[in-house]
Ligand binder design. Structure first.
Ligand code: GLN
Length: 494
């Protein structure tokens, strides 16, 4: 029999409904797997006691026929989500031992539907990064390794803990946040499914802010169906977030397996970068063929402003971050380093509390917002953002239902392999994902192939606003053709 923690979320849901095992047994299998996987550093806080208590309650509700949609299913939570009574760090020292007195809306909806919380998952500091190496709590190690090579690889970022934990069977699904690719890129690196829904689909209330006009929550899962199940519980209107949209949440699971006949899929010419990794290019072509075989029509399209997306993102995101992070001043939360006066106290606290990448972003953000530079950088970037959104509007107006592109320009790289002296090298990881956040669109990453060294590669599908269902049906076609990407060598347990 498959170990309980290796069942997909959908399989576990069935097993619980058929009383093949209890929620407590399922939770225990995850808790023990977590105990054996600490070298991966995926969890920064394990809440085993709380999980077992929640699972016992789930078993009672299953017994009495009151089970919720996620009853008894064990979930991990990215440490960007505030969890009531459970330490929340955002991967930063500056929050110290901060314990939120309230729960984020997204996680509260998971618990409302009966999910069980296993703990908090590591991430890049304030979600700034593409490798989980900027976390003050240390890097996460991917459960994947290159063939014949035991060098530790990054799981991607910023939701590195979520991606690694889902891939390594340390939770049945996890929450992530995606500001410029932080769900889709780590999903691609770890052979998992990750979706960033349309901006406004999930409430941002209680999620620690990075760049508010770009941040969205979404799930990580081992299958497309599992991701659909999770998103249904996470999504929805919230009076506490004025940017959340009051629109009914569909049952996304219905879309999984739906026909894609006649869907029009656009292949953006501008994403065919010069020198694109031939393995990635090959997977992209293969993915297009799978969709054609399933009855979709594949057409070439142009998104002419694509080349300006990365520079625009790296102005808008740091600008918003510099403003959001102004609240960490040593007065209200976490760490405080005293000084001779209040200004020195602010300076000492922020210098000690923030890591180098966060400090860099604050400096860039403050600079582009400063008088004299505001029009040249920030206003210009906002204009570019409008043009990027218009590019997508134009192709959707031509009848395109979704855009197909790679999720990342390369497979996972090694921890410490990318130079930190040149941050742009890391920023280039986001080349295929940031456009989607700038335009507020939904994007899903689904495992689609392997690199020569046997590492997973992901394809990305980008949809019209609030048409996540189309993405789920197309992603299922890719999952059916590519197969699933289970980690088979559980080397970390040795
Ligand atoms: N890598 C990007 C950044 O560092 C995106 C991160 C994210 O989506 N949170 O800004």
């Amino acid at each position: 029999m498959t170990a309980l923690n290796q069942l997909t979320l959908t399989e576990a849901r069935e097993g619980l409904a058929k009383r093949e095992f209890t929620a407590v047994e399922l939770t225990e299998s995850y808790v023990s797997a977590m105990g054996e996987a600490r070298t991966l550093n995926a969890y920064v806080v394990e809440t085993a006691e709380k999980a077992l208590a929640m699972a016992a309650k789930s078993d009672e509700r299953i017994q009495s026929g009151e089970a919720g949609k996620l009853e008894g299913l064990p979930i991990g939570v990215k440490d960007m989500f505030c969890t009531e009574g459970v330490r929340t760090t955002a991967g930063s020292n500056i929050l110290g031992e901060f314990v939120p007195p309230y729960e984020s809306t997204v996680t509260s909806q998971l618990w409302r539907d009966g999910a069980v919380m296993l703990g908090k998952l590591n991430n890049d500091e304030f979600a700034m990064g593409s490798s989980n190496e900027t976390s003050a709590l240390g890097p996460v190690v991917s459960p994947w390794r290159r063939e014949g090579d035991s060098a530790p690889l990054v799981p991607g970022g910023s939701s590195g803990g979520s991606a690694a934990a889902v891939a390594a069977y340390l939770c049945a699904g996890a929450t992530g946040t995606d500001t410029g690719g932080s769900i889709r890129q780590p999903a691609a690196f770890t052979g998992t499914v990750g979706i960033k829904p349309t901006y406004g689909r999930c409430s941002r209330f209680g999620i620690i802010a990075y760049a508010s006009s770009l941040d969205q929550a979404g799930p990580f899962a081992r299958t497309v169906n599992d991701a659909a199940v999770l998103l249904r519980s996470m999504a929805g209107y919230d009076v506490k977030d004025s940017t959340s949209v009051n629109r009914a949440v569909p049952d996304y699971e219905d879309a999984v397996g739906a026909s894609v006949k006649g869907k029009k899929i656009g292949i953006p010419r501008e994403y065919r970068l010069e020198g694109l990794d031939p393995e990635i290019a090959g997977m992209w072509e293969e993915g297009a063929q799978w969709l054609r075989d399933a009855g979709a029509e594949v057409v070439d399209i142009s998104l002419p402003h694509t080349k300006y997306a990365l520079p625009a993102y790296y102005i808008v995101a740091p600008a918003e971050a510099s403003s959001n992070l102004a609240r960490y001043d040593g007065v209200r939360y976490g760490v405080r380093v005293p000084g001779r006066d209040v200004v020195e106290m602010y300076e000492n606290t922020r210098a000690a509390g923030f890591g180098p990448e966060v400090r860099r972003r604050i400096m860039i953000g403050t600079y582009v917002l400063s008088a004299g530079y505001y029009d040249a950088y920030y206003v210009k970037a906002q204009k570019v953002r409008t043009l990027i959104k218009r590019d997508f509007d134009d192709v959707f107006a031509l009848g395109v239902d979704a855009v197909l592109a790679p999720a990342t320009p390369s497979p996972a790289f090694g921890i410490g392999e990318k130079s930190h002296a040149d941050p742009v090298e890391m920023y280039l990881q986001d080349i295929f994902t940031v456009t989607v956040n700038l335009a507020g669109l939904p994007g899903i990453s689904v495992p689609a192939g392997f690199s020569g060294k046997n590492l997973p590669l992901g394809l990305q599908l980008i949809g019209r606003p609030f048409e996540e269902e189309t993405l789920f049906s197309l992603a299922q076609v890719i999952e059916d053709a590519a197969g699933r990407f289970p980690v088979e060598d559980l080397w970390w347990k040795a």
